[in-house]
Design a protein around this ligand. Structure first.
Ligand code: BT5
Length: 305
């Protein structure tokens, strides 16, 4: 699916909308995009001159195959323990092919430090496997790229989202909408391939999530998660292609920079103000005794004060 179609699809995830509300000033281009989407049974006319997602667009392997670019090999399963684990058990496609692993539910979803990640139906539990070799710094930037892609998708359906260091996406009240778990396979100091997992609380009642979590549905009402997937991939790739823009955008959309923070590490806690992001993803913190940098791999929890 081309980028404009992915954006339209995402914009319709939360329900029918008028064409004028789909954004973009690209009148004739948008018309062409909509015609193609109609012909592929991705969208249909709704009452009141609005557009809606076509009812045949299902959240399963065939629905995903219809919307994601053909360079993605799709592995869909209704239930698995962890899409990251499943992705790691499969072969790594030769670039530019990528693998997309999606589950409707995870029974053993995992976060950093093997923490558990609640993954009921209604979320987007997905892992992108990308076999390009890159530096550890670039792999870190790719993790930022996925967080930014989530904020883009949220914006498409009218939800303001910010990134929280090191790997969260939060709403303006600090509720956790999504987490990213990028797992790299290393060879000789460089990353051989990256499995970038994302858990996005999409169409989930937040009362069924751990405290501190929220969902897109809490902001928009019921939504169709499948409609967000192509846009998520498109934005992820766009940010990956421009690491310096990714860093800048991450800093612009950061809920953490400029804030007083408490950083919990194995060696104890650090209190100060977050002031910058280092080249390898370190958080720069000004404390009463000077400036310290904290590596993302060392931080257990970060609290905004
Ligand atoms: C993360 O870990 O935030 C990364 C989560 C990545 C999940 C995706 S789903 C697809 C792929 N397959 C996997 O197995 N994992 C990835 P971390 O920063 O460690 O946060 C974990 C903490 O978030 C938990 O200890 C809970 O406090 C909280 N939590 C658990 N489930 C949550 C949820 N659904 N929404 C928000 N917070 C949650």
């Amino acid at each position: 699916m081309e980028p404009a179609a992915a954006r339209v699809c995402a914009a319709l995830a939360a329900g029918p909308r008028r064409i004028e509300a789909l954004g973009g000033n690209d009148g004739p281009c948008l018309d062409r995009t909509l015609d193609v989407m109609r012909s592929r049974a991705l969208i249909a006319e709704a009452e009141g001159g609005r557009l809606k997602l076509h009812q045949s667009l299902s959240f399963d392997g065939s629905g995903l195959q219809r919307i994601v670019p053909t360079r993605y090999l799709v592995t869909y399963t209704p239930v698995t323990d962890s899409t990251n684990r499943l992705a790691q058990s499969r072969s790594v496609p030769e670039p530019p092919l990528r693998r997309l692993v999606v589950a409707r539910e995870q029974t053993g979803g995992r976060g950093r430090f093997d923490r558990s990640w609640e993954s009921p139906a209604g979320g987007i539990w997905a892992t992108v496997v990308d076999g390009r070799s890159r530096s550890p710094t670039a792999a870190w930037t790719d993790q930022l790229a996925m967080s930014l892609a989530v904020t883009d998708v949220a914006a498409d359906i009218g939800v303001d989202a910010l990134v929280k260091w090191p790997n969260d996406v939060v709403d303006p009240d600090g509720g956790k909408l999504a987490g990213v778990l990028a797992e790299a396979t290393l060879a000789g100091g460089s990353v051989e391939h990256l499995c970038c997992g994302v858990g996005l609380n999409a169409d989930i009642d937040p009362t069924s999530l751990p405290s501190g979590a929220t969902s897109l549905r809490a902001h928009t009402g019921s939504i169709a998660p499948v409609a967000l997937v192509a846009r998520l991939l498109e934005r992820y790739e766009a940010w990956q292609a421009d690491p310096s823009a990714t860093r800048d955008a991450w800093m612009d959309r950061s809920a953490t920079l400029g804030r007083p923070v408490v950083v919990l590490q194995d060696e104890g806690r650090l209190t100060g103000t977050a002031t910058d992001l280092g080249p390898d993803g370190e958080l720069v913190v000004e404390t009463d005794t000077g400036t310290t940098t904290v590596s993302p791999s060392a931080v257990r929890r970060l609290r905004h004060r």
